[in-house]
Design a protein around this ligand. Structure first.
Ligand code: ZN
Length: 225
């Protein structure tokens, strides 16, 4: 696909010509130093080839005057001597925008590992709590096998009571801690695991799934990974 970009003679607005169609973009008038056919973009699969169409006119890519250059949407294009900044959004329909999602990989991995740590903390706590029951059972078993309530029975039973009390107090204190941590983790994750282009939360899907989906389901921006 070839896209011609320049300044519309009558309105002064940005003119985009592609696939036999002419489109005017924006409300601003472009400076006279932007020609009617100023640049040509040749779009093929993953590459965009820019060409400055008139030797007497200037086109800048990332601040440097160029005649021909392979570019991406991450490059800054300026047209004419007045360095009129070209707005890539003008081409959203012709060349879908792209966004780098690589930073999201670390965010997902951290979220996942913290989630697992919380689960482990919960399980560990439950295991410890079940010890109280084990001690009580040992005390009962002892009294059954020896047929009398000897000092071990009393010690074990005492231990069971002490442990029960400790776990009761601890679970009372901890009961809000883990859910609180979980909530905080979820909130942070929702704030950070977002599309870099539109800022929409990308949901509880792993980084690998994002890579497979290939684009943001809200703004259709293509993911670079
Ligand atoms: Zn998006």
């Amino acid at each position: 696909m070839e896209i011609l970009i320049g300044r519309d003679k009558d309105t002064g607005k940005m003119k985009i010509k592609a696939e036999g169609k002419i489109m005017l973009y924006g409300t601003k008038r472009l400076p006279d130093t932007v020609l009617e056919e100023h640049i040509k973009l040749k779009v093929e699969d993953d590459s965009i080839r820019l060409e400055n169409l008139n030797l007497n006119a200037y086109t800048y890519v990332n601040g440097q005057a160029v005649e021909k250059k392979t570019i991406t949407r991450q490059h800054t294009i300026e047209l004419g001597n007045d360095h009129y900044p070209f707005d890539w959004r003008a081409l959203d329909e012709l060349i879908p925008p792209e966004t780098d999602i690589r930073p999201l990989k670390t965010i997902w991995e951290e979220y996942e590992s913290q989630n697992i740590s919380l689960q482990i903390a919960e399980r560990r706590f439950n295991t410890l709590r079940s010890m109280t029951g084990l001690i009580t059972m040992a005390a009962i078993a002892l009294s059954v096998t020896t047929g009398e309530r000897n000092k071990w029975y009393i010690i074990l039973y005492g231990l069971a009571i002490v442990f029960s009390l400790i776990f009761f107090v601890k679970s009372f204190i901890d009961s809000s801690k883990i859910p609180q941590k979980r909530q905080e983790l979820g909130r942070n994750f929702q704030r950070n695991y977002t599309c870099p282009h539109c800022g929409h939360f990308l949901g509880n899907q792993s980084y690998d799934i994002l890579v497979q989906n290939d684009h943001c389901s809200y703004c259709k921006t293509k993911f670079i990974h």
